[in-house]
Design a protein around this ligand. Structure first.
Ligand code: KG4
Ligand code: ZN
Length: 355
């Protein structure tokens, strides 16, 4: 078979990204371009993503980002085999912008359009840098999702744990807001934590004694709100709270990941080494990376962290998921409707608020 080249479009939240990914005959995968334009400046003053503004910003720039991605990839438009776009889950306005653009381009070029589940993009993104065998365990920690999912093989995903309330990135962002640290909060908390005392404050470890892989972060945020109340928010205070918060998150993730490993082993009925892929924006956090890696000392497992550009939202992971679908002839109709809610494991129960 000849080389496969897919253009991938990501517009589900606050990054407009377009990428061209190529798969060679021998199975090698290469990112030919991966242009990412973040909308941080659009949303900063509001302390979070404003859906209307996000959609408008995507629509203003998507054609330029796509042209740039094509130019950088050094291939011609007629060398593309398919156009893939995130069709959910995410903010509807942005999803419409990305999928309409993708459908139009695919029709003009007379090639297939492929609707991609954003979470499948994160789940498979590791394959852009490392060839790892199925099954593996995915810990997805982003601004919108937090879940443990067994990636049994392509299209076979079993979620074994999720958040009952806030996503982890959301907890970072909300806590940072309480500390006047700016937006997005994750990187600010990580920076501040380096100068703080992680043992200064003790925060709760929700659901830690429950024998499952679910997590909950809203109580932690309330506890930070109480700590902040009536306090003068000095630089030292911000750093100490950030360090204590991050330490708590590290503890929770370590305990729950070990539990997820056990659950995965019994689910796939194997005792062999488990590969664990950590993806999503929070996986960019170096403290959390090293805390998780400590698990390798006592458990037969190996962690994989995508490089920073592939942890956060990007078109390359969408293009790669598009290649996997293209190879199997899994194309989408042009009337495919974006789905703001679209779980990766459609048998998994909706758990938000289930406490
Ligand atoms: O995966 P992502 O780019 O977008 C979603 O799909 O949500 O994740 C964004 C989230 C934000 O909540 C942001 O604060 C968090 O990832 N994040 C971090 C770090 N960098 C980004 N959280 C903790 N530490 C970081 N270094
Ligand atoms: Zn994401």
């Amino acid at each position: 078979m000849k080389k496969i080249r897919v253009l991938g479009i990501e517009t589900s939240c606050d990054e407009t990204s377009v990428s061209v990914v190529e798969k060679s005959k021998n199975g090698d995968v290469k990112i030919l371009s991966n242009i990412i334009k973040s909308q941080l400046d659009v949303h900063r003053d509001f302390g979070g993503v404003v859906p209307e503004l996000a959609a408008r910003a995507h629509s203003e720039i998507i054609d330029k980002i796509a042209s740039l991605a094509i130019r950088k990839s050094k291939i011609k438009l007629n060398e593309l085999d398919a156009v893939a776009a995130t069709a959910g889950p995410g903010l509807l306005g942005g999803l419409i912008v990305g999928t309409v653009f993708a459908k139009t381009l695919a029709s003009a070029l007379n090639i297939p359009f492929i609707a991609i589940n954003h979470l499948e993009g994160h789940a498979l993104s590791v394959q852009l840098e490392n060839k790892i065998d199925f099954p593996y365990l995915l810990l997805l920690v982003s601004g919108g999702h937090t879940e443990f999912t067994i990636i049994k093989k392509f299209k076979q995903y079993k979620r074994i744990g999720t958040t009952l309330d806030d996503a982890l990135g959301e907890a970072f962002d909300k806590s940072a807001r309480l500390l006047n640290l700016g937006y997005p909060g994750g990187p600010q908390i990580e920076k501040c934590a380096k100068r703080g005392n992680p043992n200064k404050y003790s925060f709760p470890l929700p659901l830690i004694n429950e024998k499952n892989c679910h997590v909950s972060f809203s109580g932690l945020k309330s506890s930070i709100a109480q700590t902040v109340q009536n306090k003068k928010i000095t630089s030292k205070f911000k750093c100490d709270v950030s360090a204590s918060f991050q330490k708590t998150i590290g503890e929770i993730l370590k305990i729950k990941t070990v539990r997820a490993l056990d659950e995965m082993r019994s689910n796939v009925k194997s005792k062999s080494k488990v590969n664990i892929v950590v993806a999503g924006g929070v996986a960019a956090n170096n403290f959390i990376r090293s805390e998780l890696k400590n698990i390798e000392a006592n458990e037969d497992c190996k962690f994989y962290f995508p490089s920073l550009k592939l942890c956060t939202d990007n078109g390359a992971m969408i293009a790669y998921a598009g290649i996997e679908r293209f190879e199997r002839g899994l194309f989408s109709k042009l009337n495919f409707k974006p789905k703001p809610r679209w779980p990766l494991d459609n048998k998994a129960l909706f758990m938000k608020g289930k406490r």
